[in-house]
Write a protein that binds this ligand. Sequence first.
Ligand code: PMV
Length: 346
Amino acid sequence: MTYSSSWRSPSNIALVKYWGKHGLQLPRNPSLSFTLSACHTDMKVMVSPEADSAGLQVFYEGQPMPSFEAKIKTFFSHLADRFPWLAFAAVEIDSVNTFPHAAGIASSASAMSALALCLKDIDDQIKGIADEPNHAWWSEVSDIARLGSGSASRSVFPHAAMWGHTPAVPESSDLFAIPCGQHIAPFYKSFRDSILIVSSKEKSVSSTQGHAFMDELPYAATRYAEAHRNIALLGECMKTEDQVAQFISIVESEALQLHALMMAGAQPFILMEPGTIAIIKVLWQFREKTGLPVCITLDAGPNVHMLYPEKHEGEIRQWIDDSLVQYCASGQVIHDQVGAGPVKNP
Ligand code: PMV
């Protein structure tokens, strides 16, 4: 008997950054992200639970990808209690990303959330459960995705999600993300994210190294306290569209803090490229001149996420084309937007 499941799951971009972890993928601070749409992974998983020989085969764009296997095997080892059939199964995973693999955009959030969805769906099939996914189902998928990649826990919910316990949000948890879409103004649910690809090289510092780096940093406790504060402030200001200036100030501070932290250790990293800084400076001048509500955020890499409301899309995309594409590798910009979360493929 072979079971199969296929899901499309999006990437996400953090507004309040998760950077620092402990135990089994538990965050040192709460984080909050926009769920994206255009940047997603389509994945199909096939499982034969009682195959003659158990094993894992991973394909990306139809090509065998043995280099992905180690990370997935570690992920499976964390799921042994939850999915005992994994130990005896032949598993095949096929996936494609809509965003270029070499664009330097983290694909672990979309890929690990897609994998969590496929595995949970297959587990339901094995157990003969045919119920419509409910709140508990989605929380469990988020928990499973977290074990693959912390940020993946947030990709399973539409519009916006937060992960990590904070007293300001009593239902928040370190184990799974919670949806936040119902608490934010429609203005934010249609936000645009134009991703300016300054460099498409592999990230120079992996997330694993980055999280570990925080353990050695004298500023870590202050940073974690700041994240708690920023989540509370951002949650409040995103309830309406009237406080967009505060949104901009918190989101940019979060992005620059992440990079400042990496520059502040005994063995520092500079993850921005000259083009990253040029784009930020041009944006600040543009915002000063036009008063338009547009801001940047950054991942742990040089590419710039330009965030802005749908109603200013025309003028901001024109400005990106005229003034910022020159800083992008091969002129690459990916125009994405806040999205509705994962969908099951037919
Ligand atoms: O999920 P990880 O372990 O790849 O960490 C992601 C870390 C950042 O992307 C830099 C921030 C975040 O919250 O997504």
